[in-house]
Design a protein around this ligand. Structure first.
Ligand code: FMN
Length: 345
């Protein structure tokens, strides 16, 4: 018997069945280890609240030994978890492997009611993680993958999504893995359009994201090589994906969501001068908010300076003389020096 929902077109069906904590056509700030810790996410939310959603970097599920709730809260951020406006805009990620204590960890995460959305990292290309049958490796082993997905789905009662690459060594199991996620009750799939073996080589292949949108009835979030406001439009148009996640593009232009939403209806009118002027204000605002947040937990300016230097590696590509500019920031000998340079751009 056909139910009334089944006669809807796939697009309408997806719209009605969608159970995600962010709206359709959202822009998501990607999880990035070493970057998206709690102070960074809070600073981004304050400086550029136009990002629809942010994600924590992964919490590793241990194979042996115990883990405390306090450690989990410490990793994800106590302030974020206890502030409804922040936590409702945050996806909390884990990274597990076949022999890790997934059931125990996920049950514990489920008991922390503030964690409303759990995301599983199935894209990590690290040799060590993959050797332990974790991260992107699981995309090559359907039985082990299914077992882990079932464990998480059975033990986590709120939103559960996965973040994948298009395969491990090749893309042979791409469609099978999408079906597996859909069948096991995963609520959305973020797809980075590269295999694990490609690492970051070449361009992300958006054809797979487009194909995924047509193949399953759960939302697909496109990811990979979205660098500009025009790329955002191009990915939405070409892939017809539910939402877009930005990683390196968000590090290079942390104000990209603001720029996009402020100029959405007239992107073609954005000229280089406007972009350059906007960039100066945005970049100062970015570091002001980062300083404010990092100062709450770090009283050594040198540590904050080192963090600033690591962020500045991603910036400046679109400025005049990017190499020179970047190296002057990397040579800054104090936080004040760094800020002087910033206000002199
Ligand atoms: C420094 C860095 C750290 C990353 N850490 C994570 C992570 O913790 N979890 C994850 O799922 N992906 C991680 N990624 C992958 C990104 O989330 C994203 O999928 C990838 O960079 C492709 O998107 P992009 O082309 O927009 O950068 C990381 C990427 C970078 C550059």
């Amino acid at each position: 018997m056909t139910t009334s929902l089944e006669i809807l077109t796939p697009m309408v069906y997806k719209h009605f069945m969608r159970k995600l904590p962010f709206k359709e056509r959202s822009l998501l700030f990607a999880p990035m280890e070493g970057v998206t810790d709690e102070p960074y996410r809070i600073a981004i939310e304050r400086a550029f609240p136009e990002w629809d959603y942010l994600c924590t970097d992964f919490l590793r599920v241990p194979t042996v030994g115990s883990f405390s709730t306090q450690k989990i809260i410490g990793h994800y951020g106590e302030k974020v978890l206890s502030t409804p406006e922040l936590r409702k805009k945050t996806g909390f990620q884990i990274l597990t492997s076949y022999r890790a204590q997934t059931k125990e960890m996920v049950s514990r995460l489920n008991s922390i009611e503030e964690i409303e959305h759990l995301d599983l990292n199935l894209g990590c290309p690290s040799k060590k993680v993959n050797a332990h049958k974790g991260g992107a490796y699981l995309l090559s082993e359907m039985d082990e993958l299914r077992e882990i997905i079932k464990i998480i789905r059975e033990n986590f009662k709120r939103t559960f999504t996965v973040k994948i690459r298009i395969g491990y060594k090749n893309t042979d199991r791409f469609l099978d893995s999408l079906k597996l996620f859909e069948d096991e009750g995963v609520e959305a799939i973020t797809i980075h359009g590269r295999t694990r073996d490609q690492l970051y080589r070449g361009l992300a292949n958006w054809d797979y994201i487009k194909q995924a949108v047509k193949s399953v009835n759960i939302p697909i979030i496109g990811n990979g090589d979205v660098w500009t406001v025009h790329d955002i439009d191009r990915m939405f148009d070409y892939c017809e994906c539910d939402s877009i996640m930005l990683g390196r593009g968000a590090l290079k232009t942390p104000w990209l969501a603001s720029l996009y939403y402020q100029n959405k209806d007239s992107l073609d009118d954005l000229d280089d001068y406007t972009l350059l002027e906007a960039r100066k204000t945005f970049i100062q605002n970015y570091f002001d908010e980062l300083e404010r947040e990092y100062k709450k937990e770090e009283n050594q300016n040198i540590r904050i300076l080192n963090r600033f230097k690591s962020f500045s590696r991603y910036l400046f590509d679109d400025f005049e003389n990017p190499e020179q500019l970047r190296s002057s920031f990397l040579r800054a000998n104090s936080l004040d020096h760094f800020k002087d340079l910033l206000y002199g751009i």
